[in-house]
Write a protein that binds this ligand. Structure first.
Ligand SMILES: Cc1cc2nc3c(=O)[nH]c(=O)nc-3n(C[C@H](O)[C@H](O)[C@H](O)COP(=O)(O)OP(=O)(O)OC[C@H]3O[C@@H](n4cnc5c(N)ncnc54)[C@H](O)[C@@H]3O)c2cc1C
Length: 398
C-alpha cells in the first residue's frame, strides 16, 4: 500500500492538514493539490486589510514559500482534481494523470453562490477578485452590493472608507438576519447607515450586470461595479462523484471521517457531527478551517481525536470589531451587556435560560468566558448577565 497521503484543496484547511501530518510525525509522502496558482492563503483579509490597502498580500499566506519544501510537502498548484477513484485509491487530475493515496483529505472549500443571470458581476473568494475590487475602490465612485451578509457588509465598509457611494441591496428586512436575529442585526443596519451606506432592505434584485442592478420595481441603479455576496456553496462535486455521503457538504463524523474509512474532510466543505451540539454542522468559518485539520490528520494517522470546538467567527467593519461564539439557533431571548449605542457591548443569545451564543463588539479577551458559559449549559441570571460589573465567570444563577 502506498504511504502517500493526498490532500485536495490548497486553502487554509489543506495547508493546516499538511502541517498537522508533519507535526504528528508522519514521514510518508504528502501531496497537496490545489487549483489556484498561489500557495495556500487565508481569505478573511480579502474583504478587509488587503481590500482597504492596509495589509499586504504577503501577510495572508499560511506558510512562507520555503515551508513546503522544508517539510517535504509536494505542493502542486494550478492542479485541478477531476475525480476520486475509490476502487483504485487514486485521484484523477485534469491532465488525466493519477496520484495514488493511502489516506485522502477533501479540503475543497466553498465557492460564492451565483445570482442567476448575474454571472458578470464580481464575487469575492480569491486574490484576483480582491485585486479587481481594489481597482474599483481606487478609481470608481459608486459600488452596488447585492446581499447584506458578512462579505457584502465588509466590502461596503471598505468602499465607504475609500470614499465611494455605496448602495447595499438586501431581500430580508435586516442585514445578517439569519445569523444574528432581529435584536443584534439592527446594530449592523445602524452602523452602515451612520457611515453613509444607502442600505435598502426588503428589496428584490430582478437583474444584475457588471455596471448596474435592476430592482423588482423596475428601478435601475448604475455603479462602477456590482459585488454579489449571497452566500457560498460547498465544493462537493468530487465527493458526490465518488459516492460519499453528501448532505449540505460532505458529511463526516466527529473524527471528520467520511463514509469511506480512508477519506476525511475538513473546513468549509465538511458537514461535521458536533458532539456538544448533538447534530451535524457546516460553517464557513476561518477558525474551523484552522483547527479541524489537526483532527482529520490525527484520524488519517489512526489516532483518536474529535472536533468539538464551538463555532467561532469574527468581522471588522469601520471601527467595529466583533467576535461571535456559539450558535444562536432557536434562541428565545437576547441579553445585552454594555453600551449598544456606543457599540461596545456583549450580546448573549439564550435558550431556556441558558447561554447558547455570545457576540462581543469592541470588547476583547472575553471569548474564553463566553465559551465557558455556553459549555456550562447552566441557567443564568439575566440581570447579572446584563450587568458589566459582574464578572462573566460569576453570572451563573444561584
Ligand atoms: C472574502 C472572505 C472573507 C472572509 N472573512 C472571514 C472572517 O472574517 N471570519 C471568518 O471566520 N471567516 C471568514 N471567511 C471564511 C474563511 O475564509 C473560510 O472559512 C476558509 O477560507 C475556509 O477554508 P477552506 O480551506 O476550507 O476552503 P477554501 O479557502 O475555499 O480552500 C479550498 C481550496 O480548494 C480548492 N479546490 C476546490 N476544488 C478543487 C479541486 N477539484 N481540485 C483542486 N483544488 C480544488 C479551491 O480552489 C480552494 O483553493 C471569509 C471568506 C471570504 C471568501
Amino acid at each position: 500500500m502506498s504511504s502517500t497521503y493526498v490532500i485536495i484543496g490548497a486553502g487554509l484547511a489543506g495547508a493546516k492538514a499538511a502541517e498537522a501530518l508533519r507535526d504528528k510525525g508522519f514521514d510518508g509522502r504528502v501531496v497537496l493539490l490545489g487549483d489556484e496558482h498561489h500557495r495556500p492563503y487565508e481569505r478573511p483579509p480579502l474583504s478587509k486589510g488587503i481590500l482597504t490597502g492596509k495589509a499586504e498580500r504577503e501577510s495572508a499566506f499560511v506558510h512562507p514559500e520555503s515551508w513546503y519544501s522544508d517539510h517535504d510537502v509536494d505542493l502542486r498548484l494550478g492542479t485541478r482534481v477531476t475525480a476520486v477513484d475509490r476502487t483504485a485509491r487514486e485521484v484523477v487530475l485534469a491532465d488525466g494523470s493519477r496520484v495514488g493515496y493511502a489516506k485522502l483529505l477533501l479540503a475543497t472549500g466553498a465557492e460564492p453562490r451565483v445570482l442567476p443571470g448575474a454571472e458578470n458581476t464580481v464575487r469575492l473568494r480569491r486574490f484576483g477578485d480582491t485585486e479587481r475590487l481594489r481597482q474599483v475602490l481606487e478609481t470608481g465612485s459608486k459600488l452596488a452590493v447585492v446581499g447584506a451578509g458578512w462579505i457584502g457588509l465588509e466590502v461596503a465598509s471598505a468602499a465607504r472608507q475609500a470614499g465611494l457611494d455605496v448602495v447595499v441591496l438586501e431581500a430580508l428586512e435586516l442585514p445578517l438576519l439569519p445569523a444574528l436575529g432581529r435584536e443584534a442585526a439592527r446594530v449592523f443596519a445602524d452602523l452602515h447607515r451612520e457611515h453613509g451606506v444607502d442600505l435598502r432592505l426588503g428589496v428584490r434584485v430582478a437583474e444584475a450586470g457588471p455596471d448596474h442592478v435592476r430592482l423588482g420595481d423596475g428601478e435601475r441603479i448604475d455603479a462602477d461595479a456590482v459585488l454579489v455576496g449571497i452566500g457560498a456553496v460547498p465544493n462537493t462535486a468530487l465527493a458526490e462523484g465518488a459516492g460519499l455521503t453528501v448532505e449540505n457538504g460532505i458529511q463526516v463524523d466527529a473524527h471528520l471521517h467520511t463514509s469511506d474509512p480512508d477519506i476525511f474532510a475538513a473546513g468549509d466543505v465538511a458537514n461535521a457531527y458536533h458532539p456538544s451540539l448533538g447534530r451535524h454542522l457546516r460553517v464557513e468559518h476561518w477558525a474551523s478551517a484552522l483547527k479541524q485539520p489537526a483532527v482529520a490528520a490525527a484520524g488519517m494517522l489512526g489516532l483518536e481525536a474529535v472536533y468539538d470546538e464551538l463555532p467561532y467567527f469574527y468581522t471588522d467593519q469601520y471601527d467595529l470589531g466583533m467576535e461571535y461564539t456559539g450558535l444562536s439557533d432557536g434562541y428565545d431571548r437576547v441579553v445585552f451587556r454594555g453600551d449598544v449605542e456606543a457599540r461596545e457591548f456583549i450580546a448573549f443569545w439564550l435558550k431556556d435560560g441558558k447561554v447558547v451564543a455570545g457576540m462581543n463588539v469592541n470588547v476583547w479577551d472575553v471569548t474564553d468566558p463566553i465559551k465557558d458559559l455556553i459549555r456550562s449549559a447552566s441557567t443564568v441570571d439575566s440581570a447579572r448577565l446584563a450587568d458589566p460589573s459582574v464578572p462573566l465567570t460569576e453570572v451563573g444563577a444561584g
